[in-house]
Write a protein that binds this ligand. Structure first.
Ligand code: PMP
Length: 364
């Protein structure tokens, strides 16, 4: 028979949100509230839609494998050298590329639990040994435990801040403590997929890391605040050009398609759309969070476009009750965290539907 790569064959599945057709058939409803994948309910900038329809797109040509125009636009926006930036087919691809660039069987990786699945799956695919630091009882980072794990000298540390699935962001003092614990042989990957949703109390991780002397990768994406999840564009900002060169060597050559490159540049040019959307979603986040607390759920603080809460029972039961009403949320499945649910902040109408449904379920 076939001999698989045992590290890949043994991977845990990536727990993607439920398929909309399945949700329709289970609920018998056409209007599904999709609150499982942290998409932007506002859509995306009209500038993006215009460029996608523009005759300047040439689908018959290969896209620029270097994403030079996008990297130049990002470099200008962030005041960094474009040769330290690598664009990816979503930041997902860059988690895989960093893992391929850095990891060989047996080396150590540190991340957290609950975690964004790929921060564990991609290192496991390379045969790395993954240590996960648990969150505290008050649903936040356990900085003392993380500091100790980081200081043990893993090859790579994967942290998201703001933290998917929990919600809080590392504060300045905590980030400084972790940076001080990082050894020269360790790469710190700070995944800032939800960066744009954080408020002024959170540090800009890129700025803090640039003023340190450690090796780092900051990951950002167009999937969340900019609303381009379906086009797949993310980017890695590396501490130096040599690290960026090796990460780029680990990606596929034509990884970001032509429509996605053009759309990302258009999205960047319409910062006002993104800011307005983020403001709406933040105020909805506060409203939904308060409603959940009123219903008696314990909700983690959030600097993101989602909320993570303890539903006091197996979250799969809650998720399936919501699915009956045409609402898709994410029941957390990591061991020890099965009572938690993550829900994306949706449109005001979808959020109202969710709150109404939760109120009915909580009373049962
Ligand atoms: N990192 C984190 C922390 C995420 O939550 C996500 C999306 N769920 C990603 C990376 C991947 O995003 P994308 O590939 O769409 O850029």
């Amino acid at each position: 028979g076939l001999a698989f790569n045992p590290n890949v064959a043994a991977l845990p599945p990536y727990n993607a949100g439920m398929n909309i057709a399945v949700a329709r058939s289970i609920s018998g409803r056409n209007d599904i509230a999709r609150l499982a994948s942290n998409e932007n309910p506002d859509g995306c900038s009209p500038a993006v839609l215009a460029v996608l329809a523009s005759p300047t797109l040439e689908p018959w040509r290969y896209a620029d494998p270097a994403c030079a125009a996008l990297r130049a636009a990002l470099g200008q926006r962030l005041s960094i050298q474009p040769d330290t930036i690598v664009a990816g087919n979503g930041s997902e691809e860059l988690i895989a590329a960093v893992s391929r660039a850095m990891l060989v069987p047996g080396v150590g990786v540190v991340t957290v639990v609950p975690s964004f699945g790929l921060h564990e799956i991609e290192p496991l695919a390379q045969g790395a040994v993954v240590t996960k630091v648990a969150m505290t009882d008050d649903l936040s980072f356990d900085i003392a435990a993380l500091e100790q794990a980081v200081a043990s000298g893993p090859r790579v540390v994967f942290l998201s801040s703001p933290w998917n699935p929990v919600g809080p962001a590392l504060d300045r003092k905590s980030l400084d403590r972790l940076i001080a614990a990082v050894r020269p042989s360790t790469l710190l990957v700070l995944d800032e997929a939800y960066f744009e949703f954080a408020d002024g109390s959170c540090p800009d991780g890129l700025e803090v890391l640039r003023s340190s002397d450690i090796a780092f990768v900051v990951l950002r994406t167009f999937s969340k605040a900019y609303g381009l999840a379906g086009l797949r564009v993310g980017y890695a900002i590396c501490s130096d050009a040599e690290l960026a060169r090796v990460v780029a060597a680990a990606k596929t050559p034509f990884n970001v398609n032509a429509a996605a490159q053009a759309a990302a540049i258009a999205a960047l040019s319409d910062e006002a759309w993104m800011r307005a959307s983020v403001a709406r979603l933040r105020s909805e986040r506060a409203r939904v969070g308060a409603a959940l607390e009123e219903l008696g759920f314990r909700v983690a603080s959030s600097q993101t476009n989602f909320l993570f809460f303890d539903c006091g029972r197996d979250s799969a039961a809650l998720a399936s009750a919501l699915l009956q009403e045409g609402i898709i949320v994410k029941a957390w499945r990591e061991r020890g965290y099965e009572a938690y649910t993550r829900l994306t902040i949706g449109s005001p109408a979808d959020n109202d539907r969710l709150i109404g449904a939760l109120a009915r379920i909580a009373r049962q």
